[in-house]
Design a protein around this ligand. Structure first.
Ligand code: SAM
Length: 365
């Protein structure tokens, strides 16, 4: 335990340093507060390190040591598996990881923070902290460059991810030449639900992830567990990566497959045939015929389709409509909301809940 860190005997109440300051005197008197709420005072150990969070890099640090420990435990099952941590920040999670794994390669884009963490945790011989942008390199390249003694052993990826690039990071990990065995990440709770999907709750994101691995919702993380606290709740998810994609398709077919899935989710509140007709311009009767031939209800909505349903649709589609599907890569793994314009902690409020759920059943004519 780091001296001066907040500690709790039991339960999940917020550590003192992380609690949000009460509103201004104006808001306490019932008048609306003006402007964004001030960032609460940092917990003592971060204040001592002189850490100032940078909004633009999504620096909401996890300060609840019970949760840090839970994440590290979920990530490390075997000491000998290398751990690749994305976004180490001031090293709260890094510290828990190095206790459990022989080799931890921690990537941090902020040079000041990476150097601070390198110095603070210099007693741990198995820790390699790299100042780098994760998006610029192949994961195994980072492990090899770090100086880790055995860069070729299997690895797991873990991180309290900056929310604004959660999806590109996960996509990169799953689609790279040598994916991790497992990914354990702390993400915005709404995104966690979309990653995991489930009966009647599938999303473009969950179907994309299920092509490469099996996602599982692990546990919730309240906003008070961070400093500064984000506007939204978070959760930890795990993705157990498959040795190869779940569907037996060529790389070009996988690209075409995702164009079809994307078209199906283009208007998630609508019945599948409506989106498909709108997106493809193909005759409605033929699209309806295809959906029925695949054993699906013509009124089905995309969130009810499993990966296996999409595979049947895809195989039927390419026979009925050869050459209709693009084979250029799909740019983004998921549709709106576009997380890239994140610029302020307050912006989290603006995000769509994106659950594509039954609340939308009226959207079809
Ligand atoms: N792991 C720390 C924790 O749990 O408190 C920090 C998590 S904070 C949400 C995300 C961290 O990712 C920040 O320190 C940020 O600077 C870093 N980061 C943002 N973009 C990055 C990138 N492209 N590559 C590597 N690190 C990045």
């Amino acid at each position: 335990m780091t001296p001066g860190r907040p500690s709790r005997p039991a339960g999940r109440s917020a550590p003192k340093g992380a609690t949000k300051k009460k509103g201004s005197s104006a808001s306490r008197r019932g008048k609306p507060a003006r402007g964004p709420a001030p960032i609460p005072a940092p917990p003592e150990y971060l204040a001592r390190l002189g850490v100032h969070p940078r909004k633009a890099l999504g620096q909401n640090f996890l300060i609840d040591e019970f949760l840090l420990s839970d994440i590290a435990t979920a990530a490390v099952r075997d000491r000998t598996t290398t751990v690749l941590e994305i976004g180490a920040g001031p090293g709260g999670l890094t510290e828990e990881l190095v206790r459990r794994a022989d080799t931890v390669v921690a990537i941090e884009i902020d040079e000041e923070l990476s150097s601070l963490t390198r110095t603070r945790l210099s007693d741990h011989r198995g820790l390699f902290v790299l100042a780098a942008d994760f998006m610029e390199f192949e994961p195994v390249e980072l492990i090899a460059e770090s100086g880790a003694p055995e860069p070729h052993v299997p690895y797991v990826a873990v991180g309290n991810l900056p929310y604004y690039i959660t999806q590109p990071i996960i996509r990169k990990l799953l689609e790279c030449d040598r994916p991790p065995e497992r990914i354990v990440v702390l993400v915005q709770r709404e995104v966690a639900h979309r990653i995991v999907g489930g009966p009647g709750k599938e999303s473009l994101l969950s179907i994309s992830i299920k092509m490469y691995g099996e996602p599982r919702y692990l546990f919730d993380v309240p906003r008070e567990a961070f400093w500064p606290p984000p506007k939204v709740q978070s959760a930890v998810v795990e993705i157990e990566a498959f040795p190869q994609p779940a569907l037996d398709l060529t790389p070009g077919e996988i690209t075409a497959f995702f164009h079809l899935v994307r078209a199906g989710f283009a208007q998630p509140r609508k019945q599948l045939h409506n989106s498909m007709v709108d997106e493809s311009g193909l005759p409605r009767n033929q699209i309806l015929e295809m959906i029925e031939a695949c054993g699906l209800d013509p009124a089905v909505r995309p969130q009810h389709l499993t990966l296996a349903d999409w595979e049947r649709l895809f195989r039927d589609f390419i026979v009925r409509f050869p050459g209709e599907l693009d084979t250029d890569p799909v740019e983004e793994m998921d549709g709106p909301p576009d997380l890239s314009d994140f610029g302020d902690f307050e912006d989290f409020d603006e995000m769509d809940d994106g659950d594509g759920d039954e609340d939308a059943a009226d959207d079809d004519e």
